[in-house]
Design a protein around this ligand. Structure first.
Ligand code: GLU
Length: 356
């Protein structure tokens, strides 16, 4: 009996030590990884082939491939979708944003990482930055090389993303995009190269910060509205108004605007030439689309960097057009879709484009 008691005591001591051990674990920040697919979850039949299928590998396999991740944070994963990001949808955006809002409202979650294909990562990140209502860090990441590729960079990108999401310094910076040791603001970043690991850049404002094997620093804070300062909310929203993008070029056909209006677009973004320009015929069609159908036309640019300025070569008021400021066409579409969730004047929409 005495012997049994000693054994029992030893057992109890062991349980206590384990409990202390797990109490230390719970002192680590809690980071949730929400997986959506992409090349980071892609696999190929050959390690030296650039062709592969995106969105093949599940979240737990991805986490297991990152040595040391368990020392950064208590990490757990959830599969929200598993698609190549060319197949990202507004429905997935809404599901993802609602889930992030729900998770971040809990004291048990300190930060979020979203794994995502690189093709539309900047769009998802920008959308999230406008509708996630929290100061806690949200970091999107991905990779240019598939998980089975030689020198796959996905595991290090994921390691760094978890390090950022766990770091109190990353609070209040909005949604961030991190690949290749860099931290970018969702609003400012673009995919600039189709294949290179250094594809993500913020051509106008530059990086937000840097990260090196989990050690990180910030150089600036985004100066537009996002998160808690954003007036946009997706509470109760099940769909967004249709906004299309038209790419401008020399001698483009003037019937393009009508085609989009007939298809049901409530807004149109022109990826204009130069400083948001388009042919005279398109400009007049844009004016008519607003006057006859209330369709809002935003002038962005097909040029990779620079502002689109109001009243530059003509008076925007004469054509009821809005300028995108320095927001690229894909992100202008997102901002316009959210702006159109409620009735807003042209003046108010222009103000949104100057401030978000
Ligand atoms: N098209 C794929 C995607 O965006 C591949 C791009 C990538 O993730 O690098 O998911």
């Amino acid at each position: 009996m005495k012997f049994l008691n000693i054994k029992m005591m030893a057992f109890l001591i062991a349980v206590t030590i384990t409990a202390i051990g797990s109490a230390q674990d719970t002192d680590l920040p809690n980071v949730k990884i929400l997986a959506t697919g992409g090349t980071i979850a892609g696999s190929a039949s050959s390690a030296t082939s650039g062709s592969y299928a995106a969105g093949q590998v599940g979240i737990q396999t991805m986490i297991n491939a990152v040595p040391g991740i368990e020392k950064l944070a208590d990490v757990s994963g959830e599969q929200v979708a598993n698609v190549g990001s060319q197949d990202m949808t507004i429905e997935i955006w809404l599901k993802l944003a609602n889930r992030i809002n729900e998770l971040l409202a809990s004291d048990d979650v300190d930060g979020i990482v979203v794994t995502h294909g690189t093709d539309t990562q900047e769009e998802t990140a920008y959308f999230l930055s406008l509708v996630v209502k929290s100061d806690k860090p949200v970091v999107t990441t991905g990779s240019m090389r598939s998980s089975t590729s030689i020198s796959a960079e996905g595991p290090l990108n994921l390691y760094n993303a978890v390090a950022i999401a766990s770091n109190p310094e990353a609070r209040g910076k909005g949604v961030m995009v991190s690949l290749n040791d860099q931290i970018h603001a969702a609003r400012d970043v673009s995919k600039m190269n189709t294949t290179n690991v250094n594809s993500f850049q913020s051509p106008i404002k530059g990086m937000l910060g840097g990260v090196f094997y989990g050690r990180l620093g910030f150089f600036r804070t985004p100066n537009t509205k996002f998160g808690n300062t954003s007036k946009f909310s997706i509470m109760g929203v099940e769909a967004l108004p249709r906004v299309d993008i038209i790419y401008a070029y020399a001698d483009m056909s003037p019937d393009l605007i009508d085609m989009h209006v007939k298809a049901g677009a409530k807004g149109i973004v022109i990826a204009g030439v130069g400083n948001g320009n388009m042919t005279d015929a398109i400009l007049n069609a844009a004016k008519k689309a607003y006057e006859d159908h209330g369709v809002i036309v935003v002038r962005s640019t097909r040029v990779a960097t620079g502002w689109v300025l109001r009243d530059n070569e003509f008076k925007d008021d004469d054509y009821h057009t809005i300028v995108s400021n320095d927001l690229n066409p894909a992100k202008s579409r997102i901002l316009l879709m959210l702006s159109l969730l409620k009735e807003r004047s042209l003046f108010e929409i222009q103000d949104v484009f100057y401030n978000y």
